[in-house]
Structure formats: structure tokens, C-alpha cells
Write a protein that binds this ligand. Structure first.
Ligand SMILES: Nc1ncnc2c1ncn2[C@@H]1O[C@H](COP(=O)(O)OP(=O)(O)OP(=O)(O)O)[C@@H](O)[C@H]1O
Ligand SMILES: [Mg+2]
Length: 164
């Protein structure tokens, strides 16, 4: 936390999701609040809910959630929505060079929204200001979301989410 005038601004947020509905609510809110150049770095074990969350974000951006999947060998998918969405799954990338081969300079700082699963694998390639979303399974249908803003832009996004 830091002081900004008379307000205490929260730079991180913990969200306890007890069901997919809760995850849906958080993702929708993020999608609605997203603006050009929003970059969301998702981390968490297999099955923690990264793709499920992305689906909700795309719906919040008025895109089609059924477009969102994690097909094998597709590293980058794009969905048209209120803002163009670039969805990366870095799980199968073996190096940061593989990531750079996807041409991130074209979209990482462009007018769209970027959502990256397994972002910890390419953390050196992320722009300084991004929203870290780390998901931990706490039960069969419960997940703990830890969201951390790393700059002013992501902080503005975090401030618009439920619980902040
Ligand atoms: N509260 C919850 N939030 C999100 N997903 C949940 C929740 N409870 C149960 N689930 C289930 O957990 C699974 C999450 O799968 P998902 O594909 O989103 O994981 P992932 O993190 O993208 O995995 P991978 O690393 O393999 O891509 C789904 O089957 C979903 O239905
Ligand atoms: Mg996934």
C-alpha cells in the first residue's frame, strides 16, 4: 500500500473464490474495467482456473467466451471484443526466444488487452506495468486469487475490482 494524497491506495488484492460463479464475477469485472494496453499475467498450477478466468474476462469485454480454449500447440489466440484480446498460453514455450517469435512487440504495447497464462515463464518479457494474477487451488471448487498491480495503469484497474 502507499499513500496517494489522503487516500490509501491498495496495490494488491486477495479474492477468495468459492465457486466458478465467483471467478466469473471477478473476471467479468476485470473485462469491463480493462482499457487499451491492459496486460494481465496469470500464474497458477494446471487446473487452477487461468483459462476459466480468461473466459470471464473476454465475456466482460463483450467478446464470445466460447471462443476461449487451450488447444494443444496454439500459443497465441486473438478474439475480437470491445478491445482486441490477445490470449497467450506460455506453457509450451521452451524459452523466452519462443515468446519473442510470437511478435509480442506488435500487441504487448498496442491498443488491445493481453492475457498470458503461465506468465512466470516469460516474466522478463512483460511490460513493467502489468497486473499479476496468481491463482491457488484451496479446494475442489475454491480458488484464492492474489492480484498485484506493478504500476499506475494496473493499479487503476485493480481499484475497479470487487473487494478493492
Ligand atoms: N472457483 C473456481 N474457479 C475457477 N475454476 C474452477 C473453480 N472451481 C472449479 N473450477 C474448475 O477448475 C478447472 C480450471 O481449469 P482451467 O482450464 O481454467 O485451468 P488452467 O489454470 O487454465 O489450467 P492449464 O494450466 O492446464 O491451462 C475447470 O474445470 C473449472 O470448472
Ligand atoms: Mg489454461
Amino acid at each position: 500500500m502507499s499513500r496517494d494524497g489522503n487516500h490509501i491506495r491498495v496495490h494488491s488484492l486477495q479474492f477468495d473464490s468459492l465457486s466458478e460463479n465467483d471467478t466469473q464475477r471477478l473476471g467479468l469485472a476485470l473485462g469491463r474495467a480493462a482499457s487499451p494496453e491492459t496486460v494481465v499475467a496469470l500464474c497458477g498450477e494446471m487446473g487452477s482456473g487461468k483459462t476459466r478466468f480468461v473466459r470471464a474476462v473476454v465475456e466482460g469485454l463483450e467478446g464470445s467466451p466460447t471462443d476461449v480454449s487451450s488447444p494443444t500447440f496454439v500459443l497465441l489466440q486473438q478474439y475480437s471484443a470491445r478491445l482486441l484480446v490477445h490470449h497467450v498460453d506460455a506453457y509450451r514455450l521452451t524459452s523466452e526466444t519462443d515468446f519473442l517469435d510470437l511478435g509480442p512487440e506488435e500487441w504487448l504495447t498496442g491498443p488491445g488487452v493481453v492475457l498470458i497464462e503461465w506468465a512466470d515463464r516469460i516474466s522478463n518479457c512483460l511490460p513493467e506495468d502489468h497486473l499479476d494474477v496468481s491463482i491457488t487451488s484451496t479446494g475442489e471448487t475454491s480458488r484464492r486469487f492474489a492480484l498485484t498491480a506493478t504500476g499506475p495503469k494496473s493499479r487503476g484497474l485493480l481499484d475497479q475490482l470487487p473487494g478493492s
